[in-house]
Design a protein. Structure first.
Length: 287
């Protein structure tokens, strides 16, 4: 591993970016050793950069251009300009120092192209494919930073990402509906007789509650599986999965009877820190 002194500007830039836009993952890195924490922050800062693109552009084309820059970076086509991008510089260092594969990073960028358009998510299977290439891939790469890869860890990463991703879809409903963007699968809406226009106009209906209950049930199944699989992986890798504790707390909060699904309900930073600290000392993450 490289022993060069870390340039504080790029390290601080990534830490500030993650702290500001993805606090649960930032808080989770506080429980990792220093070298691994730096690489995790680089990975999560990269994810923030990709996820933020849809909010930074008003048309798909500029977003496609930004994504293409990252795709070219992973293909080795971008050289000098990468050094001027603190997130790219830190991410390339993490790739080099921890032997991270670039293919999942490139696929993550490709999958987020869906975010640039207002095409509805067609099926639950399509949503799971999207989340596997984004949220699950992120867990898998974070786990590679913490410990050598294994089949058990990959299995865990898949379920962890699906659980966290579905919870995020439910939590993001107010924002997505305001943008007339649909991550709730069309197929599930149709099965419960829920109209897309009710969603976009913010109408809470029994049909929508049934849709959200089904998705919450799917998330709970993946969460239960992931937490049970934690016992089968080395203790050294478990800090990569601490964000699951926040997903578990969010799912409980989002599943409360009578909750307005169109009212944003973010968790406070203090509560997030408390949730992750308790999880870091729990049997699931330490035994």
């Amino acid at each position: 591993m490289s022993s060069a002194a870390p340039p504080p500007d790029t390290v601080t830039f990534c830490a500030d970016l993650v702290r500001g836009h993805d606090f649960p993952r930032y808080a989770a890195t506080l429980f990792a050793p220093a070298a691994e924490r730096r690489a995790l922050l680089a990975l999560y800062a990269f994810n923030v950069e990709i996820v933020r693109v849809r909010d930074q552009v008003s048309q798909p084309l500029p977003g496609e251009i930004r994504f293409q820059w990252w795709t070219d970076l992973f293909s080795g086509l971008v050289h000098g300009s990468a050094e001027g991008n603190p997130v790219a510089a830190e991410l390339l260092r993490a790739v080099r120092d921890f032997g991270l594969p670039v293919e999942p990073l490139s696929l993550l960028v490709d999958e987020h192209q869906f975010d640039l358009y207002n095409d509805p998510m067609p099926t639950l299977t399509a949503l799971e494919g999207y989340l596997a290439a984004t949220s699950s891939a992120l867990f898998g790469l974070a786990a590679r930073i913490m410990a050598p890869p294994s089949e058990a860890v990959e299995h865990l990463a898949r379920h962890a990402g699906l659980a966290q991703g579905i919870v995020q879809v439910i939590a993001n409903l107010p924002r997505d509906a305001a943008h007339r963007q649909l991550f709730l699968p069309q197929q599930v809406l149709a099965n419960h007789g829920c109209q897309m226009e009710d969603l976009f106009s913010g109408n809470e209906t029994p049909n929508l509650r049934a849709v959200l209950e089904q998705l919450a049930g799917e998330a709970q199944q993946h969460l239960t599986t992931a937490l049970s699989l934690l016992a089968e992986v080395p203790a050294s890798v478990r800090p990569a999965f601490l964000p699951l504790a926040q997903a578990q707390a969010d799912l409980k909060r989002l599943s409360q009877p009578g909750r307005n699904p169109f009212a944003p309900q973010p968790s406070s930073r203090l509560r997030t820190l408390w949730t992750l600290w308790r999880a870091s000392r729990s049997r699931e993450f330490t035994k």
